[in-house]
Design a protein around this ligand. Structure first.
Ligand SMILES: [Zn+2]
Length: 101
């Protein structure tokens, strides 16, 4: 099966979604304990790809737009980034949710 698997959900379910900052101060999306880096912004839509996109060739992607998040290729080929995310939270590297959407 090659087709995209798309899950649309209401971004109001904020417990699943957070934003943190990378070491370079760029916003990163946290979804279900996975980290996504911002790829491009196009016509108000933000395109994110998995933190392991380059190293593991993980193809999980997410698109955020206003009050929606769209997950494409939701299956990661690696473990969740739980430890990395926890470290960022300890360092208070959380980004303001409202400024990132
Ligand atoms: Zn991944």
């Amino acid at each position: 099966m090659n087709g995209d698997i798309i899950t649309l959900m209401n971004i109001q379910q904020k417990e699943n979604i957070q934003y943190v900052l990378s070491q370079k101060g760029k916003p990163q999306l946290v979804y279900n304990n996975y980290l996504f880096n911002l790829d491009t912004v196009h016509q108000g839509r933000k395109f994110w790809h998995c933190y392991n996109y380059r190293n593991n060739k993980c193809h999980a992607r997410a698109i955020t737009e206003e009050n929606c998040i769209e997950i494409r290729h939701p299956c990661h080929n690696h473990e969740p980034h739980t430890n990395m995310i926890e470290k960022k939270k300890l360092k208070n590297l959380q980004a303001d949710f409202d400024t990132c959407i």
